[in-house]
Design a protein around this ligand. Structure first.
Ligand code: GLC
Length: 562
């Protein structure tokens, strides 16, 4: 790359398009770092770890909800959208955190949960008190029940977390909740609801927030006929934009309004949709007139398999091109089994449900003798380096840079996830990836805080502690740091070209400036030949010119790194 081009890339990085190829690190605040010693992570805890985040080399952080919440769903039940949970700090703490992150060149994305509020939100409390027919109930979705005395739910629908999707209140009316009972769905036909979220977006934008992650962005608008379809009927309705509950075309009217808000800031605020929709529906959310970017979870749902990875990458780059957005890549987040673990258990231990990979193994007790930790770790870092080399943004989940595995051994009485309780334990839930981080190999709660951790940390967390890994050049943390550091000067145009390797289990691609990524998904070593001399990073050490199995190498021809 010439000096001029290099400069251009760095300048571009600083502009409104920073998000297009960013490495974004997801913080689950209640499990990150606990500064006030109450067992829950908090905003001052994040502030105390800004150096760690800067050393990691990420471009942005995305904070899962830190708002006041009764924690019926880990904070995704928001009681006040324009405040910080007092257990996590104050708005002043938030401002100080944003300032410190910005000072280190790290942008801040916050989570917006518009589909539902907490049942503790003042609007819902008002709706309960005000009774049927009131304006307060119009902010939610209340209906009369079926049967002579209205004691049957308006429909037999099942909530996403299991159990019924309708709940009866004291005066006999029912309300709809896609998720837990404590998460009543908002009525997005109500202009007051729309206006309030615009105010929330402005509130955080005015505080210097750079972007938003939109929770279940495909669920907000609904079309309820007089006679509701049964659950079985609902399943048969195509999800083509007119389904009564999911991925309706009219949801984009909301995002068009939000886009005006985002674009009224300089630089424009960004947004990324969490939209679990068919691949051909994703571009609507990712369009510049809508949210601008959307997650695709295809790699997260895929096996560690070269043809599958190649197909997914090719498809998603083509889809992103149709919307004008960049693609996103994700292997782990707060809702799924950590990828080091998914890749370390036999495929037969996986359940069929797409987002529940590893769930069956957990339900069976998380047998350590079945989990191959080393293999999982090898594959996880190989996959991560593959992702970080792709055009587009990569979203990383806290703890994966330490090589953390899922925590399987959580006693039922310590579990928090509503999916565990609402399914009577048929689903194990997501607590195992939300266990507070180990910062030090010893000390109270491995350095998380001074008063224990709100989910139990296993003894093996000591082997993954950030302080030990920071001083070990062969650690997963050191590899992530080096990859994220190199990714900046290597970053280039948003395309790739596949290079045939002669092996079905080895993928190789080149970016426009000559940066190449080779991933060996197989067990057999792969000879890089003369290119081995240009390897600038590899997830496993090369043996001569040979890339071992389950490993990725980055190749940068002479001059690319100056
Ligand atoms: C999203 C969140 C998940 C939450 C759900 C309901 O899928 O990622 O954690 O439980 O929405 O808000």
């Amino acid at each position: 790359m010439t000096d001029a081009l290099l400069l251009e890339t760095r300048e571009d990085d600083k502009t409104a398009a920073w998000w297009r190829q960013a490495a974004v690190y997801q913080i689950y605040p209640r499990s990150f770092a606990d500064a006030n010693g109450d067992g829950l992570g908090d905003i001052p805890g994040i502030l105390s770890r800004v150096d760690y985040l800067a050393d990691l080399g990420i471009d942005a952080v995305w904070l899962s909800p830190f708002y006041p919440s009764e924690l019926a769903d880990g904070g995704y039940d928001v009681a006040d959208y324009r405040n910080v949970d007092p257990r996590l700090g104050t708005l002043d703490d938030f401002d100080a955190m944003v300032e410190a992150l910005h000072a280190r060149g790290i942008r801040v994305v916050v989570d917006i949960v518009p589909n539902h509020t907490s049942d503790q939100h003042e609007w819902f409390q008002e709706a309960l008190a005000a009774g049927r027919g009131s304006a307060a109930r119009e902010r939610y979705i209340f209906r009369e029940g079926e049967g002579p005395d209205g004691s049957e739910p308006p429909a037999d629908w099942v909530s996403t977390f299991g159990g019924p999707a309708w709940h009866r209140v004291a005066d006999g009316q029912w309300y709809f909740h896609h998720f837990a009972t404590e998460q009543p769905d908002l009525n997005w036909d109500n202009p007051e609801v729309r206006a309030d979220f615009v105010e929330t977006l402005r509130f955080w934008s005015d505080r210097g927030v750079d972007g938003f992650r939109i929770d279940v962005a495909h669920m907000l608008t609904k079309d309820f006929a007089e006679k509701l379809p049964t659950s079985a009927e609902l399943d048969l309705i195509p999800k083509d934009g007119n389904h009564p509950l999911i991925d309706r075309d009219d949801v984009h009217e909301i995002y068009a309004e939000w886009r005006q808000v985002f674009n009224s800031y300089d630089p424009p605020r960004t947004a990324v949709a969490e939209a679990w929709v068919a691949a051909d529906r994703v571009p609507k959310y990712a369009s510049p007139d809508s949210l601008g970017q959307s997650f695709n979870f295809d790699l997260l749902e895929a096996d560690f398999d070269a043809p599958e990875f190649r197909r997914i990458v090719t498809e998603n780059l083509a889809l992103a091109a149709t919307s004008g957005s960049s693609s996103t890549w994700v292997l782990s987040n707060h809702d799924v089994v950590r990828h080091a673990t998914r890749y370390g258990i036999p495929v037969a231990q996986d359940s069929d449900a797409p987002t529940r990979h590893g769930g069956q193994w957990l339900l069976d007790g998380g047998d350590e003798s079945v989990l191959d930790r080393e293999k999982g770790a090898r594959r996880a870092t190989a996959a991560t380096l593959f992702l970080l080399g792709l055009p587009g943004s990569t979203y990383l989940y806290q703890g994966e840079e330490l090589g953390l595995h899922e925590v399987a051994a959580i006693p039922a009485e310590d579990r928090q996830d509503p999916t565990f309780f609402r399914t009577g334990g048929d689903e194990i839930g997501r607590d195992g990836c939300r266990v507070p981080l180990p910062w030090s190999a010893d000390g109270d709660s491995f350095g998380f805080g001074s008063a224990g951790a709100h989910l139990p940390q296993p003894a093996w967390f000591a082997d993954y502690a950030a302080d030990a890994e920071a001083s070990d050049p062969s650690s997963t943390l050191s590899l992530y740091r080096e990859a994220l550091r190199l990714r900046h000067p290597l970053q280039t145009g948003e395309t790739l070209e596949w290079i045939e390797t002669g092996r079905a289990d080895v993928l190789r691609f080149a970016r426009p400036n000559g940066w190449q990524v080779v991933t060996n998904f197989g067990a057999e070593a792969f000879d890089l030949g003369a290119d081995a001399a240009d390897v600038v990073l590899s997830s496993r050490a090369l043996e001569g010119s040979v890339l071992p199995g389950e490993a990725t190498a980055w190749i940068a021809p002479a001059g690319l790194l100056g």
